[in-house]
Design a protein around this ligand. Structure first.
Ligand code: LHQ
Length: 259
């Protein structure tokens, strides 16, 4: 249910239930989590590219799998979040390597919010983002209530979540919810080029940069200055920093090793 491919330091994870618009069932949750865990554990992985197979990116929860009429596990959605969604969201945010998301088609419900939890989001111009939750009596999850509000502010976050109106890729880019909207046929090439370039970068410094920017949302200025000091100390001890400076002074391209 999730295809994994590692090439040039990029671990590509492709959500793969195309006939269900890659909506999540238990298998796909476990497969995504395993892929993200591999990204943490395997030093050969220096960037992740997340995308979907077929015409959609991800339609959120497979509603057939969480039909309250069936009873049992389907009824406690808090359990579903804690057991299946939240671990993956935490892995994406905690991974100290860049995660690029190529939103190839509709991203709805938790699918939209998993996309925007990634570090750099590119979307096909035909893709749209739908906070579908309110249509079925649910609330935004998968980090969406936090991310949307941080990124867009209350007025836009509330309107999107309360109305479930689809947001086009171009509008999402204009609003700063994603990095950019690209022509459909260019999406995968651009996203892969971005992921490869990040994978060839100074992984330690990039990971610490991600950590810093994520902490800025909740730190005060003084705490953030302290965190910058600590992260810069760590980055300054990386082999890639030595290589970056040497390459600059020798007027050549750096060859980063990710350490
Ligand atoms: C689907 C789905 C789907 C099953 C399309 N499930 N089959 C967390 C905790 C626990 C439980 C609840 O949820 C959550 C978080 C969530 O994510 S809640 C939000 C769940 N997602 C939705 O409510 C979105 C439902 N889908 C839609 O609104 C539309 O399908 C969208 C806007 C995504 C796409 O519309 P279209 O492009 O018109 O495609 P379609 O509706 O024709 O869908 C294609 C097929 O995919 C279709 O199956 P069929 O057999 O008729 O071809 C759909 O039934 C199926 N599908 N989403 N979530």
């Amino acid at each position: 249910t999730v295809l994994e491919a590692l090439a040039d330091g990029v671990l590509t994870l492709t959500l793969n239930r195309p006939d269900k618009l890659n909506s999540f069932n238990t298998d796909m949750h476990l497969a995504l989590r395993a892929g993200l865990q591999r990204a943490h554990d395997d030093a050969k992985v220096r960037a992740v590219l997340l995308t979907g197979a077929g015409r959609g990116f991800c339609a959120g929860q497979d509603l057939g799998d969480r039909d309250p009429r069936k009873g049992g596990e389907a009824v406690d959605l808090g359990h579903t979040l804690e057991t299946y969604y939240n671990p993956s969201l935490r892995l994406i945010r905690a991974l100290e390597k860049p995660v690029v998301c190529a939103v190839n088609g509709v991203a709805a419900g938790a699918g939209a919010n998993i996309a925007i939890a990634c570090d750099i989001v590119l979307a096909a111009k035909s893709a749209k983002f739908v906070q579908a939750f309110s249509k079925i009596g649910l609330v935004p999850d998968a980090g969406g209530s936090w991310l949307l509000t941080r990124i867009l502010g209350e007025p836009r976050a509330k309107a999107l979540a309360l109305t479930a109106e689809p947001l086009s890729a171009e509008k999402a880019a204009e609003w700063g919810l994603i990095w950019k909207a690209v022509e459909d046929e260019r999406l995968m090439d651009e996203a892969m080029a971005m992921a490869k370039s990040l994978a060839a970068g100074p992984t330690v410094g990039l990971g610490l940069t991600k950590r810093l920017i994520q902490h800025a949302a909740t730190n005060g200025f003084d705490a953030q200055l302290d965190l910058e000091r600590d992260c810069q100390r760590q980055a300054g001890r990386s082999a890639d920093y030595a290589e970056g400076v040497a390459a600059f002074l020798e007027k050549r391209k750096p060859h980063f090793k990710g350490r």
